[in-house]
Design a protein around this ligand. Structure first.
Ligand code: SF4
Length: 435
């Protein structure tokens, strides 16, 4: 959206007070995300009563008509499927027309794949690091998930388009490119001719781009992970051995209800296969607890899986019943449906069990050398905070770098020696590689 608006002559500013228009990009995945989105609108309206506000993204896409009538605080509503059309929305908002535009699936494709789509003029995401979207939407139909409703079916971007954007990011100094999609493992399966070879082919093309950047992949549906990809990971040091596999559960009966094929044993085998080929592999996952059908026995299976899997980083979420999803109307016996308090107890139990696992997994890095991508300096201290290959942006721990002189700058990548673990963070000192 920013690239399209800049191309149309608008100027981006991160300073809210100097902006003429505020664009609030929203999420509508689960209830807390929807609440957060609405709260952001209310807060902006209170702080800036005379500025124009455009509500964009998934909340707009999912609830355009109700928001149009019940949210007078916004001056326009724009869905999530055709980002370039934000220009016409902004023109309408600034002309005082209160436009509403929620493009459908085919318009989304035109917007995603259109010729002449502006590339990005800035890194955008984090110092030295940029997200790069490789596909929109999802072809899977996990029964708890509203994303296919909000984002539509899988639409993979053409390889050439992703390649051009990655090359631009690399030439602009990106030290890390983070590939994202709702399910990266499905990349290209909607366009077998055009994107022949799917994700493996895409990765090979991106790794042919010159530049000293890390390539990190997020969100692999574990049932779709292709072990042949591991050949690339073992041969390409720029492709980080970081595997984001949202298992969601381990009890086969719960996974079937979720619309997934997996089970504890095959998931453990997948983890073992990754770790045996790549001993440095770091695995992140999420668990969804309290899904209908998860009784005490199924929850105990999940806890056993957690102990055996020894996942490095784990997020746990309580089930959120979302209208329009197949799970919304699922009928299960009362003993297989967790009430709110029980749901929170299960979340806490997984979190409590995870901390020592994560700490244990982190201990293996003490005494080792790691490259750290610096994200910020601590003002007035000889300290900088950054991430190593084992940390995805925003979600995992970090590395605190203590330097003797001037700390390294945000966006720099420095070779460090890890001195110790402190909670879920690592402490390090810069240690250039010897001659
Ligand atoms: S793979 Fe992810 S985005 Fe797709 S339906 Fe399942 S949970 Fe939702």
């Amino acid at each position: 959206m920013i690239a399209a608006l800049e191309e149309a002559g608008w100027r981006y500013t991160p300073e809210l007070s100097s902006a003429d228009l505020l664009i609030i990009n929203t999420c509508a995945f689960i209830v807390p995300a929807k609440e957060e989105s609405i709260n952001a609108v209310m807060q902006m309206r209170r702080l800036y009563p005379s500025k124009r506000i455009l509500l964009a993204g998934c909340l707009s896409q999912r609830y355009a008509s109700v928001l149009s009538s019940e949210l007078p605080e916004v001056d326009g509503i724009f869905g999530n499927r055709s980002p370039r059309r934000v220009v016409e929305l902004v023109d309408g908002v600034m002309a005082g027309k209160r436009p509403v535009l929620v493009p459908g699936g085919s318009e989304r494709e035109a917007g995603t794949r259109g010729a002449g789509q502006p590339l990005r003029g800035r890194l955008l995401s984090f110092p030295g690091s940029a997200y790069l979207k490789i596909a929109e939407g999802c072809a899977n139909r996990c029964t708890f998930c509203a994303i296919p409703l909000i984002r539509g079916d899988l639409a993979s971007r053409p390889i050439a388009e992703i390649e051009a954007e990655a090359a631009e990011l690399a030439a602009g100094g990106a030290r890390e490119i983070v590939l994202v999609a709702q399910d990266s493992a499905s990349y290209g399966s909607d366009r077998p001719g055009e994107n022949g070879g799917g994700l493996g082919n895409l990765l090979e093309r991106l790794l042919a781009i010159e530049g000293d950047f890390w390539l990190r992949l997020l969100y692999f549906h574990p049932d779709r992970f292709d072990l042949r990809l591991l050949d690339l990971f073992t041969s390409e040091p720029r492709l980080l051995p970081y595997f984001d596999l949202p298992f969601q559960h381990a009890a086969a009966s719960v996974l079937r209800r979720m619309g997934r094929k997996g089970a504890s044993e095959p998931y453990l085998e997948l983890i073992a296969a990754i770790r045996s080929r790549l001993p440095a592999a770091v695995i992140r996952s999420t668990f969804l607890v309290g899904f209908p059908g998860e009784g005490e026995e199924e929850f105990a299976q999940l806890l056993r899986f957690q102990q055996r899997a020894e996942i490095d980083w784990l997020g746990v979420f309580p089930y959120s019943r979302e209208e329009g999803t197949p799970a919304y109307r699922m009928k299960v016996p009362a003993e297989k449906r967790a009430r709110r308090a029980e749901l929170l107890r299960r979340v806490a139990a997984v979190e409590e069990a995870q901390l020592p696992i994560t700490e244990r997994r982190l201990n293996r890095f003490v005494g080792k050398r790691l490259d750290v991508l610096v994200e910020e300096r601590i003002s007035g201290e000889p300290l900088a905070i950054g991430r190593a290959y084992l940390h995805a942006p925003e979600v995992d721990g970090s590395v605190v770098v203590r330097s003797e002189g001037e700390p390294p700058a945000p966006g720099e990548r420095v070779s460090c020696e890890i001195l110790r673990r402190n909670g879920i963070d690592l402490e390090a000192i810069p240690r250039p590689l010897g001659p």
